[in-house]
Design a protein around this ligand. Structure first.
Ligand SMILES: Nc1ncnc2c1ncn2[C@@H]1O[C@H](COP(=O)(O)OP(=O)(O)O)[C@@H](O)[C@H]1O
Ligand SMILES: [Mg+2]
Length: 244
């Protein structure tokens, strides 16, 4: 499965969604960043926005990949996709994360409109509602965006494809570990804290214990969000019917 995670806006969770929601749930999947500057830490493959030919070649050479398109490259990438006819078909689907802020909702609507304009049909678009506040319903928080989708038909949305606001995403970023690694950490922190002599060491261990708890806590939510995306229903991922 080949997915692009894309939005004209920065800070909507593209990198978070690519690394923590999508890639870990697609067997054998790697994350590739399209970044012009400041490639993210620990990113194995980085392709510059202008090296579109290289990206296309790369996409032909792999089966399962999530391409994290840095916000500074989205317009360039979409422009090139228009120029290289049908190149958007190299992706099975486009995942568009969004957050509650009004500006980001508007940018998300613009992103969906542009994807639609280059020929991506609604069945190949998935919106992820990110940084959701558990106490307010998606329908109200994302009213602007949902109204836009409903009136234009550019994308169908599913309210269950959501990720709550959680500080673990910032913590995991700083730690250099993946969420799965943090969750799988088998350290007996209670024992380690009891054995640590100095107070700062106890505190550092307590913080790692808290991070592991948070990490373990969000995994079921990410599993549910991933299931709600129904990526197996992307047109090119459904079982191929033989053609005559
Ligand atoms: N659900 C979330 N809850 C809390 N913080 C989040 C969430 N999703 C992303 N973040 C944080 O928001 C910031 C932007 O996310 P990031 O994935 O880097 O966005 P983008 O790649 O679109 O610029 C990061 O600091 C990230 O840790
Ligand atoms: Mg990013």
């Amino acid at each position: 499965m080949k997915l692009a995670v894309i939005n004209f806006s920065g800070n909507v969770g593209k990198t978070t969604v690519a690394r923590h929601l999508l890639a870990p749930r697609i067997p054998g999947c790697q994350v590739v960043a399209v970044e012009s500057i400041n490639a993210d830490d620990g990113q194995p493959v980085t392709i510059r926005g202008r090296q579109f030919a290289q990206l296309q070649e790369f996409l032909q050479s792999v089966d399962d990949v999530v391409v994290d398109v840095g916000a500074s490259n989205v317009e360039e990438l979409l422009r090139l996709m228009r120029r290289y006819q049908d190149s958007q078909e190299d992706f099975d689907g486009f995942v568009v994360p969004t957050v509650p802020a009004r500006k980001q909702q508007q940018d998300t609507a613009a992103t969906l409109a542009e994807l639609s304009r280059i020929g991506v049909p609604p069945e190949r678009l998935r919106v992820v509602f990110n940084q959701v506040d558990d106490d307010s319903p998606i329908e109200r928080t994302f009213e602007t965006l949902l109204a836009y989708c409903a009136s234009t038909g550019v994308a169908q949305t599913c309210a269950a494809a959501c990720i709550s606001f959680n500080e673990v995403y910032a913590l995991v970023r700083g730690s250099g570990q993946s969420l799965a690694e943090l969750a799988a950490d088998g350290t007996d922190y209670k024992a380690a804290i009891a054995n640590a002599a100095a107070q700062p060491d106890k505190l550092a261990l307590a913080q790692r214990l808290a991070t592991r708890r948070l990490a373990r806590g969000v995994i079921p939510e990410l599993d549910a969000c991933f299931a709600a995306l129904e990526l197996h229903r992307l047109p090119s991922c459904q079982q191929a019917t033989p053609t005559a």
